[in-house]
Ligand binder design. Structure first.
Ligand code: XMP
Length: 515
C-alpha cells in the first residue's frame, strides 16, 4: 500500500536550509526526501519524482571540487528548481556563466518579478526576497528567460525554455521571503503538476502496514521517556500490533510534576498497552548522592537507565525488536556524505540512547518525519494534547536544572517552581509559541525579608527561549505581567525560595540549559 504517489527529491549541496526546503514542500502535502547531490540520474529515474530541487550550498560553482550533480538530470524531463547555489549550478550546466558578485547581497532585498510566469503566479510584481550570495549568474544563453531582478542582481530568477529548469538566486524557503511559500507551492502545483496526496492519515496507515510487515508476530519493546517522540512511536506501534508491544517506563524521579502519572495513565488506560512502569526513584537518588559535576550526573543517569532497561527487557520473553523515536533530522545528520560540505555543530546529548549490544533489531517508524509532523501524527493517534505539544525535556531531566547536588528536598522545590512556570505560561496562552521554558534551582542562597524576619533562601531562575533548531536560541520577551505572576506565586507558594530571576542570555554564547 502506498501512502502517496507523488514525491519530490531535494539534492543537498550542503545548505543550512535543506531541511527547511523539505518542510516547505511537505507543508504543501507533497512528500519529499533529501538525498545526496551525488545521486545518479538513473537512480532518480527509478524514484520517479514529480520534481527535483537543487539546494543552496556554501561553495562556488567555478572552484575545483565544488559539489556537482549528475548532469543527465537535465535530460530526464523532470522539472527542476535550483535555489541559490543550485540555481548557479543548474545555469552553469545549461551554458550560463557564474562569477563573484561585485556587490555581495545579504538580507532582505527588493525584487521585481514577472508575475506572468508559472513560478510567480498570483504574486505581486514588487516583492521582498531574502538574498545571501557572493556569486551570481552574469551571462545567460538565449535559451533562458529572466524572470526577476533586484538592484544588484539582473538574474534573480530564471527559466530555461527547453529543459523545465527554474532557478532563483534568493531563498524562497525562509520566512524572510514573505511570498516564498507561494513560490514553492507554484513550483509543486503549477510546474510539477502535483496534487498534494501526502496526508497524515494515509501515512499512518502506510506506517502501520510497514510495521506489521517488519515485525510479523514478534514482540516489540519500546522505552517511554514521557516525551512526544517515544509516545508517538509507541502509540503507532500499538495501533499496528496491539499487545505484541511492551512498553518500558523508568521513573527516575527526575521528571516534572505529574509527568510520570500522565505516561502511566495514557499507556495503561487509553491504549491498554503492556506497560512495565518501574519506580526507580530511589536507585537514581542513591547514585546521584554527593555528585555535583554535570557531566558525571549525565553519565550516571544514562548508565543507570540502560541498566534498568536491560534488566526489564530481559524479563519480556521473545522480545526481538526495539522501537525508537528517531526523527528525520537525526537521520540526515547521521549520514556524513549526505550533506556533502555541511558542517554540523550539534553535540549529542541523547542520554536515553540504548547500546547495540542489547541485540534487538530496530523499528524506527518516525525516521522520515519532522517534529511538527510527529506532533500531527500524535494528535491523529489520539494522544493527549499536553503530551503531544510538550516542550523538549532533557534525558537527565531536573538533575541538570538543579545546579549542584540533587537531593529530594531540592527536587521538590524545583518541581513546584517548574509547575508554576508552566501553568502560568499556559494560562497566558504562550506555551505553544515558546520552544522551551522551565525553572532552574541555583546553588546559592540570598537574603530576603519575610514578615519581620530576615530569610536566607534559594533562588529560582526562569528560562524561556525561542528557537527552531535548538542550536541557536533567543530569550523570550515574556510580558512583565506574566513574569510578575510567576515570581509572586513561586515566592509565596514554594517553601524555601525567596528570589526569582529571569535569564536574558542568547545561545550562543550561553546554552539553553544551565548545566
Ligand atoms: P543546550 O543546553 O545544549 O540544549 O543549549 C539544547 C537542547 O538540548 C537539550 N539538552 C539535552 N537533552 N540530554 C538530552 O536529552 C542532555 O543531556 C541535554 N542537555 C541539553 C536542551 O534541553 C535543549 O532542548
Amino acid at each position: 500500500m502506498e501512502a502517496h504517489n507523488e514525491k519530490v527529491i531535494i539534492l543537498d549541496f550542503g545548505s543550512q536550509y535543506a531541511q527547511l526546503i523539505a518542510r516547505r514542500v511537505r507543508e504543501n502535502n507533497v512528500y519529499c526526501e533529501i538525498v545526496s547531490h551525488k545521486i545518479a540520474a538513473q537512480e532518480i529515474q527509478k524514484i520517479n519524482p514529480k520534481g527535483i530541487i537543487l539546494s543552496g550550498g556554501p561553495a562556488s560553482v567555478y572552484v575545483k571540487n565544488a559539489p556537482r550533480c549528475d548532469e543527465r538530470i537535465a535530460t530526464l524531463g523532470i522539472p527542476i528548481l535550483g535555489i541559490c547555489y543550485g540555481m548557479q549550478l543548474g545555469c552553469q550546466m545549461l551554458g550560463a556563466t557564474v562569477r563573484p558578485t561585485p556587490a555581495r547581497e545579504y538580507g532582505r532585498t527588493a525584487c521585481t518579478v514577472n508575475s506572468e510566469s508559472k513560478l510567480f503566479k498570483s504574486l505581486a510584481k514588487d516583492d521582498t526576497v531574502w538574498m545571501s550570495h557572493g556569486d551570481q549568474v552574469v551571462e545567460l544563453p538565449a535559451e533562458f528567460h529572466s524572470l526577476a531582478l533586484t538592484r544588484n542582481c539582473p538574474f534573480a530568477a530564471v527559466m530555461h525554455k527547453e529543459t523545465i529548469f527554474y532557478g532563483v538566486q534568493f531563498h524562497p524557503e525562509v520566512t524572510h521571503t514573505p511570498q516564498g511559500r507561494l513560490m514553492i507551492r507554484n513550483f509543486l502545483y503549477e510546474i510539477c503538476g502535483c496534487t498534494g496526496d501526502w496526508k497524515m492519515y494515509s501515512y499512518i496507515e502506510k506506517s502501520i502496514d510497514d510495521i506489521r510487515k517488519q515485525v510479523g508476530n514478534a514482540r516489540v519493546v519500546c522505552g517511554l521517556s514521557g516525551g512526544v517522540d517515544s509516545a508517538v512511536t509507541a502509540a503507532l506501534i500499538y495501533k499496528a500490533i496491539g499487545n505484541h508491544l511492551s512498553c518500558i517506563f523508568v521513573d527516575n524521579g527526575l521528571l516534572r510534576d505529574y509527568e510520570a502519572d500522565e505516561v502511566i495513565t495514557t499507556f495503561k488506560d487509553t491504549f491498554a498497552a503492556d506497560l512495565h512502569a518501574i519506580d526507580a526513584r530511589d536507585r537514581f537518588s542513591d547514585k546521584l548522592r554527593g555528585v555535583t559535576d554535570p557531566e558525571k550526573k549525565r553519565k550516571i543517569i544514562g548508565h543507570e537507565f540502560i541498566e534498568i532497561f536491560k534488566e526489564e527487557a530481559k524479563k519480556i520473553s521473545q522480545a526481538k525488536f526495539l522501537a525508537q523515536g528517531t526523527l528525520y533530522p537525526d537521520v540526515i545528520e547521521s549520514i556524513p556524505a549526505h550533506g556533502g560540505p555541511t558542517v554540523t555543530i550539534k553535540s549529542h546529548h541523547n542520554v536515553g540512547g540504548l547500546p547495540a549490544e542489547l541485540g534487538f533489531e530496530l523499528v524506527e517508524p518516525l525516521r522520515f518525519l519532522f517534529k511538527d509532523e510527529v506532533r500531527k501524527m500524535g494528535e491523529e493517534l489520539g494522544l493527549p494534547e499536553e503530551l503531544v505539544w510538550r516542550h523538549p525535556f532533557p534525558g537527565p531531566g531536573l538533575a541538570i536544572r538543579i545546579i549542584g547536588e540533587v537531593t529530594k528536598l531540592r527536587l521538590g522545590i524545583l518541581r513546584n517552581a517548574d509547575r508554576i512556570v508552566i501553568e502560568e505560561i499556559r494560562k497566558a496562552g504562550l506555551y505553544r509559541s515558546i520552544a522551551q521554558c522551565f525553572a532552574v534551582l541555583l546553588p546559592l542562597s540570598t537574603v530576603g525579608v519575610m514578615g519581620d524576619e530576615r530569610s536566607y533562601e534559594n533562588v529560582i531562575a526562569i528560562r524561556a527561549v525561542e528557537t527552531t533548531d535548538f542550536m541557536t536560541a533567543d530569550w523570550c520577551r515574556l510580558p512583565h505581567e506574566v513574569l510578575e505572576i510567576i515570581s509572586n506565586r513561586i515566592i509565596s507558594e514554594v517553601k524555601g525560595v525567596n528570589r526569582v530571576v529571569y535569564d536574558i542570555s542568547t545561545k550562543p554564547p550561553s546554552t539553553i540549559e544551565w548545566e
